[in-house]
Design a protein around this ligand. Sequence first.
Ligand code: GRF
Length: 200
Amino acid sequence: MNIAVFCSGNGSNFQAIADAVKRGAIREASLALMVCDNPQAFALERAKKEGIKSLLVERKNFGAKAEYEAEIIKSLEQEKIDLICLAGYMRLISPEFAKKYKYRILNIHPALLPAFKGGQGIKDALDYGVKVTGVTVHFVDEEMDHGPIILQRSLYISQEDTEDSLAGQIHEIEHQLYPEAIKLYAQGKLQIEGRKVRIT
Ligand code: GRF
């Protein structure tokens, strides 16, 4: 099974997935491609260092979103990608793209969905004053941060936590949870029944 990871920034989740594949923790999968929309992203350097092919596609070089996504799809088809993992990819995918790859796109979100959707899940949870937050890995559908949930893991927020300290703990969980979810997918262990994902 060939995986593509989509990134826009640091790429620590990309790294965690690459490391998991490298150490044989996801034997069924090979990390074939990293797609990136930001020329400044550290994720690009990580891919280079890991010897993983990367595709830099900048949105500003295309007119309609469909043209931008067509360029990405061309590479996904060339590399025979079976599964797309969004990992800090800061763009909304189009409904058409979501439909084309239905149940073949995963996302990781730094909060317990459906709470704190959007680009600032960690800060929003902290500012709201919740005592428990966490990480969600879910299938992607046409709505942002919405598709069926595969795995969630929670953590307590302490009174001393800052955005930085909380982000550190969240990322640590993410780096375990995303490879776990990918492994379940690659082993064919995820059965989708409406909004529910049964792990077989
Ligand atoms: C992660 O917190 C992820 O949950 C969110 O974006 C962040 C990406 O971090 N979607 P990184 O680029 O993988 O380090």
